[in-house]
Design a protein around this ligand. Structure first.
Ligand SMILES: NC(=O)c1ccc[n+]([C@@H]2O[C@H](COP(=O)([O-])OP(=O)(O)OC[C@H]3O[C@@H](n4cnc5c(N)ncnc54)[C@H](OP(=O)(O)O)[C@@H]3O)[C@@H](O)[C@H]2O)c1
Length: 261
């Protein structure tokens, strides 16, 4: 299927990271012009730009002025943004039961995953209001739907993004852009490499116990769904949706009983 993204400028936040770089490569393969946002990954972002013809731009997504300036600079360099992928975020690790979780960690995780998504979408929606069109895709997590032991902060932040923001912004965007759309993908764990996969074999077994497709997600699995969601030709009547890219995951195993109990 042709996605019709040729020549279209799309900003990917966290574009130099594991999943972001796969999304950037996928968009470039479709002929889009990827704007590769990064914060600390300058070398990776510039290398990816050389490979893909993309445009690397730096911003701390927790600074309001930097996020607004990111959208402005992207438009200056590439023209109207057909889409934004709000991918920046991350796992707080290590696991901490909620009874022991500090307020500092809770706030840090919500900032990294929810506040960055809010500020990115706010800045983009101002641009959509000016140009009258746009498509926004958030990157959530299976944790939003099934929870994750030791990661109440992350699960709560991703739920707020994929259910609270997606549903609300899908309604708000059409006041500015009649065909504007807002969606999300919710991936399961993406092991970074075969080596890391082997090291985390036990975790992988538990993670795959309720996954009919029987393997972990790859970054490419997620990137192709993001590209599909960005495409008006392919998914122009899909909005307010959360696409689970999870191999059919139907839940999680209960944690083993603690020795303390
Ligand atoms: N990997 C998985 O298993 C998995 C599974 C489900 C969902 N996800 C989600 O997928 C997204 C990408 O994750 P990933 O695995 O690709 O992680 P990653 O490689 O660590 O990339 C995350 C990116 O987010 C950026 N970022 C984080 N906080 C930022 C801030 N305040 N300002 C600017 N940039 C910020 C980082 O920028 P710099 O490094 O440049 O500082 C980094 O490029 C995240 O939202 C994550 O929650 C990942």
């Amino acid at each position: 299927m042709r996605l019709g993204l040729g020549g279209k400028a799309v900003l990917v936040t966290g574009g130099s990271g594991l999943l972001g770089s796969a999304i950037v490569r996928r968009l470039a393969a479709e002929g889009a012009v990827p704007i590769i946002h990064y914060r600390s990954g300058a070398t990776a972002a510039h290398g990816l730009a050389d490979d893909t013809g993309g445009i690397p731009l730096r911003a701390n997504l927790l600074e309001e002025s930097e996020v607004d300036a990111l959208i402005e600079r992207a438009v200056e360099r590439a023209g109207p943004l057909a889409g934004v992928v709000a991918n920046a975020g991350g796992w707080p690790g290590p696991p901490v039961p909620t009874r022991d979780m500090t307020l500092e960690r809770w706030r840090r995780t919500l900032d990294q995953n929810l506040t960055t998504a809010f500020l990115t979408s706010r800045a983009y929606l101002k641009h959509v209001h000016e140009v009258g069109h746009g498509s926004l895709v958030f990157v959530g997590s299976a944790a939003a739907r099934f929870g994750e032991d030791g990661f109440a902060d992350y699960a709560a932040a991703k739920s707020a993004v994929t259910y609270g923001l997606v549903q609300t912004l899908a309604r708000e965007i059409v006041a500015s852009a009649p065909r504007g759309r807002v969606n999300a993908v919710s991936p399961t764990w993406i092991p970074p490499s075969a080596q890391a996969e082997a090291a985390a074999e036990q975790r992988l077994k538990r993670a795959l116990a309720t996954v009919p497709l029987g393997r972990a997600a790859s970054a490419g699995d997620v990137a192709s769904v993001v590209a599909w969601l960005l495409s008006d030709d392919a998914s122009g009547y899909v909005t307010g949706e959360v696409i689970q890219v999870s191999g059919g995951m139907s839940g999680r195993l209960l944690p083993p009983p603690s020795a303390e109990q």
